[in-house]
Ligand binder design. Structure first.
Ligand code: NAP
Ligand code: ZN
Ligand code: ZN
Length: 348
């Protein structure tokens, strides 16, 4: 067993607190990663506070994990000691279904195993995430990271990065596509960077007037304050694609009205409450709503390689593990620029 220090949520309402536990020993196909940095995703907060229901405690959140390989199983081929490596939102899947065979393991018909708030496939062990000093994961679900990039700013690519990269690619965003990104947080700021780097005309849809300057610096060509009806009117029927990253309960209708003929709104944000979809708004302009969940193992590695080639990383604020509860409070006030990343040296 591998002794591991961590921070855990013990129930939905009390602040996260220290937690010591053991990781499994390194199996033949496993890689042990000493975690150096872990991003703080809004999904961590949703699950720690049981906003989606069914949370499993104690819960060590964190699925934007980067660090150094310190041990490998005998059958590991992709990694050697000292390599930089990352672990994202899933750590296992059935591996034999049609979706797993296509390396779309996030849609495994028997459900992927989440990095935390999930039971491992042995049915006995609670999977625990990256607010911790060590992780042991089958190499299929571990990614290679280029030493060219700033490692702490790479961490958020493992969830926020792939979650925005994958659907923008899937719907074919390219030069000149009119893309709007709703919500300038962790996902949103990477969505803007990717859409701009694919050559799209990018518009930020935000509720925070103070974020306009940053949005433009991140690559947005236009900025729309969605609380101002006059600004919204100008973009009625305009966008080919809206990437909706909003974490809080909201009405989809405001955004759907902005879609052009055959426009698509991609839902990646997971607010606790469902939104109504008015039929009339959807029918006009033959609009559609699609969903997308992270990305599979093949595409996650492709995204990381794309980022190394195009010098794309997250804009981050580095925090100590002990600061996590304050970071959650700030995230709820939309006050993150634009991703908190935990320095795990603070736990060692
Ligand atoms: P975040 O950093 O908190 O950003 C969310 C942004 O939403 C805020 O910064 C804010 O941007 C906007 N917002 C907040 N309240 C709003 C409201 N009432 N109306 C409109 N906009 C509002 O969160 P995140 O880490 O990017 O995560 C976003 C969501 O994606 C979460 O629900 C998370 O669980 C989900 N997620 C899904 C996947 C997936 O696989 N699909 C993966 C990761 C995360 P402005 O200040 O610009 O308005
Ligand atoms: Zn996430
Ligand atoms: Zn499967």
């Amino acid at each position: 067993m591998i002794p591991t220090k961590a921070y855990a949520a013990y129930d939905p309402t009390t602040p996260l607190a220290p937690y010591d536990f053991n990781r499994r020993d390194v199996g033949p196909h496993d890689v042990q990663v000493e975690i150096m940095y872990c991003g703080v995703c809004h999904s961590d907060l949703h699950q720690a506070r049981d906003e989606w229901g069914g949370s499993i405690y104690p819960m060590v959140p964190g699925h934007e994990i980067v660090g150094k390989v310190i041990k490998m199983g005998t059958h590991v081929t992709k990694f050697k000691e000292g390599d930089l490596a990352g672990v994202g939102v899933m750590v296992d899947s059935c591996r034999v279904c049609d979706h797993c065979k296509q390396q779309l393991e996030q849609y495994c018909v028997e459900e992927m195993t989440g990095t935390y708030n999930a039971m491992e496939r042995d049915g006995k062990t609670i999977a625990q995430g990256g607010y911790s000093t060590q992780i042991v994961t089958d190499e299929r679900y571990v990614y290679s990271i280029s030493p060219k990039l700033d490692l702490k700013a790479v961490a958020p690519l493992l969830c926020a990065g792939i979650t925005t990269y994958s659907p923008l690619r899937h719907v074919g965003v390219t030069k000149g596509t009119k893309v709007a990104v709703a919500g300038l947080g962790g996902l949103g700021h990477l969505g803007v960077k990717f859409a701009a780097s694919f050559g799209a005309e990018v518009t930020m849809l935000s509720t925070s007037p103070s974020k306009e300057k940053d949005a433009r610096e991140l690559g947005a060509h236009n900025f729309v304050l969605t609380t101002d009806n006059e600004q919204l009117k100008k973009y009625k029927g305009y966008f080919d694609v809206i990437l909706n990253t909003v974490a809080a309960n909201h009405s989809y209708k405001t955004y759907l009205n902005l879609l052009a003929l055959n426009g698509k709104m991609i839902i990646v944000g997971i607010p606790p409450k469902a939104s109504e979809v008015p039929a009339g708004t959807l029918l006009s302009n033959r609009r559609s709503i699609v969903g997308s969940m992270i990305g599979g193992t093949k595409e996650t590695q492709e995204m990381l390689d794309y980022c190394a080639e195009h010098n794309i990383v997250a804009d981050i604020e580095l925090i100590k593990m002990q600061d996590i509860n304050g970071a959650y409070d700030r995230m709820l006030k939309n006050d993150v620029k634009y991703r908190f990343v935990i320095d795990l040296a603070s736990l060692k």
